[in-house]
Ligand binder design. Sequence first.
Ligand code: F1P
Length: 305
Amino acid sequence: MSENILGAFMEEELVSQPAVWQRAVEQARAEQLLPADGQRVAVVGCGTSWFMAQSYAVARESAGKGMTDAFAASEAFLNSNSPDRQYDAVVAITRSGTTTEVLELLGALQGLVPTVAIIGDTSSPIVGLADAVIGLPYADERSVVQTRFATSALVYLLTSLGMDVQQAIDDARDAVSAPVSRELLDAEQFTFLGTGWTVGLAHEAALKMREAVQGWTESYSAMEYRHGPISIAAPGRVTWLFGDQPDGLDKDMEATGALYVRTGKHPLAELARVHKVTLERARSRGLNPDLPRNLTRSVILNASA
Ligand code: F1P
């Protein structure tokens, strides 16, 4: 692999997702490091990791495993600053293990509430801060833009809830190898939609294209989309649904003239397909998603990353 090829790391990492997800499934089945069923859990992270936290939180609570809330680490209302809002455990998601807001939060929670960190870099400082560590070093990445760590962390977490992700793995094999159509490459704007646990995936897809393509993207819950944002849909633009469609949305989309993408494939595989589209859109604009503008692998405040 040549480092001169734009997004060479991102390509290798996104294509490896089906195989890496399989490893995450096996690891999740072999470990029991997450909070027990019934516990009140807060899940935290920043950026991509926050969106994975959102997906997990909805999936856990929907599966009847206990109250689960997701917070951006910088905006978390946890035991230390809100005595009325008591959590039994906090789960932190971070690829780097060096993100300042996550480290500060776990530091503040030490001795107050049990914490579990799900991480990519198993030599990072978060290892000394969290009470338990779930390491996914085989999913760690060299590209600044995250693909497989985030999705593998979510695969691990969903598997821990008893969700079977085999369909995602099967669908993703096609998703990461299928060619990207000219219409998707040239589209002016993308809006991503989800329902339930896939809303977090929609937010992540939109972030990916902002980071790597510097493009105009939006993301909503599919029901909320009709409360205003659908005005943005127009010919030459794309609206992409992850998972179930609310009644009548296809008819509403037809009237807009936008390209409506709704494949019926597993939502995680659809996110992997967005990764591929993102890579090709970045390349077609001469951008390197391994090194996006104004972004580092980890946001370390008051220091250079
Ligand atoms: C979180 C994050 C990423 C973002 C970029 C900077 O990192 O904000 O979401 O894409 O890579 O860092 P982490 O805490 O998961 O390492």
